[in-house]
Design a protein around this ligand. Structure first.
Ligand code: HEM
Ligand code: FES
Length: 356
């Protein structure tokens, strides 16, 4: 865990991130509203509640694309990493924007009768076998329920109580929510005969999310396939994993070795150290992080570990696995057998004193 960690997680970086998020949402809603008023006049004028509902719905939909694109983008280019940090606040904001859209839609289309609006939403249209009359609003409701579940469990309190694996599985439901929303909007377009730009938004959005995930996934697979060819040398368990010159000072890299999980290598103070690539917080890729204040710093939320023993600096107590490392000239060799979390390992010193 980072020494900067406090239970209520606010810092200057997060405030700036949140201000940009809220400013962006407000600017989008205002622009949508003003454009809607300017473009549709007279007999074609759209009422304020409908315009607000559409502005909020498309805003939440676009935000979800941003959320889903940040992960693969950060994998493909480290410059996107700052966006990954604090992505949870973006998720919570998306839920509230979507809630605004759903509340107006439910009130407007189901709020004027004698039946409870939610009951009316669920029962007024049961044409589940028809594509052109499908109750697309129910899909929106299901997606909203998932977004709520994710927003409600986004705090680290739930991560700790549910356990990292269960929490991660729960938050992978974002892809189910996305699929439901693509159907919600696509089937809505079929029924409401909306403009071509909405169809473009759906098609371009799906293509963007799918291609980014595919490209990032293929790159990871190629990295792992290359790594699986690395096997121990003749003199025991040591495996050659690359050259010291491939790692900049205070940076890391990720390597894969046959039969082993991914390993993170770090160059710091003229030495090389190796730890697991998996952060103890939410499994962030440590090899893609940096050395800050002498500690390995996770690129996702900034938890820190000392490279020489995998322990978080006091007062924190998290520990990660370390690996034995040595140098043969400028080649780095590691023993791919992980040592128990928190085990001290002598870093391998780069002999020529080139500290990068
Ligand atoms: C209870 C849940 C929901 C209900 C009842 C609902 C209802 C509706 C309705 C009636 C429309 C058609 C509006 C029109 O064009 O006249 C619509 C469109 C749309 N909805 Fe939802 N929705 C729900 C949840 C969501 C969620 C969670 C999202 C996104 C995160 C979303 C995104 C959209 C988008 C992008 C459109 C197209 C906007 C447009 O027509 O310009 N909806 N929804
Ligand atoms: S700090 Fe959150 S995953 Fe590493």
């Amino acid at each position: 865990m980072s020494v900067g960690y406090v239970p209520v997680q606010w810092n200057r970086h997060k405030r700036i991130y949140d201000a940009c998020t809220l400013g962006g949402i407000a600017a989008y809603l205002a622009a949508f509203f003003l454009a809607g008023k300017a473009l549709y006049r007279g007999a074609h004028a759209i009422s304020d509640p409908i315009l607000a509902m559409r502005a909020l719905g498309t805003c939440a939909y676009v935000l979800l694309h941003v959320i889903l694109s940040i992960g693969p983008l950060a994998r493909l280019d480290r410059r996107f990493l700052p966006l990954l940090y604090n992505r949870r606040h973006l998720g919570v904001a998306t839920f509230f924007v979507a809630l605004g859209h759903a509340a107006i839609a439910t009130g407007f289309y189901h709020g004027f009768g004698i039946v409870n609006p939610l009951l009316s939403l669920l029962t007024s249209n049961t044409n589940y076998s028809s594509l052109t009359a499908f109750p697309f609003q129910v899909l929106g409701l299901l997606a909203l329920a998932i977004l709520f579940l994710m927003a409600a469990t986004s705090h680290d309190f739930w991560l700790k109580n549910l356990g990292a694996a269960a929490w991660k599985r729960l938050h992978m439901l974002v892809y189910a929510a996305y699929a439901l929303l693509v159907m919600h909007v696509a089937l809505g377009i079929l029924q409401t005969q909306r403009q071509a730009w909405l169809t473009t938004l759906v098609v371009v959005g799906v293509a963007l999310v799918a291609s980014l995930h595919t490209i990032a996934g293929l790159r990871e697979i190629a990295h792992d396939v290359r790594g699986r060819r690395r096997t121990p040398r003749g003199d025991g368990s040591w495996v050659d994993v690359g050259c010291v010159d491939e790692i900049a000072e205070n940076r890391g890299c990720t390597v894969t070795v046959a039969g082993s999980e991914r390993i993170a290598l770090f160059r710091h103070g003229g030495c090389i150290s190796a730890t697991t690539n998996i952060c103890a917080h939410q499994g962030g890729p440590l090899g893609e992080g940096k050395i800050i204040d002498g500690c390995v710093t996770c690129p996702w939320h900034g938890w820190q570990y000392r490279p020489a023993d995998g322990q978080s600096p006091p007062p924190f107590a998290e520990k990660i696995a370390t690996y034995r490392v040595r140098l043969a000239g400028r080649r780095i060799e590691i023993d791919p057998q992980p040592l128990p979390p928190g085990t001290a390992v002598e870093p391998a010193r780069i002999e020529d004193g080139k500290h990068g």
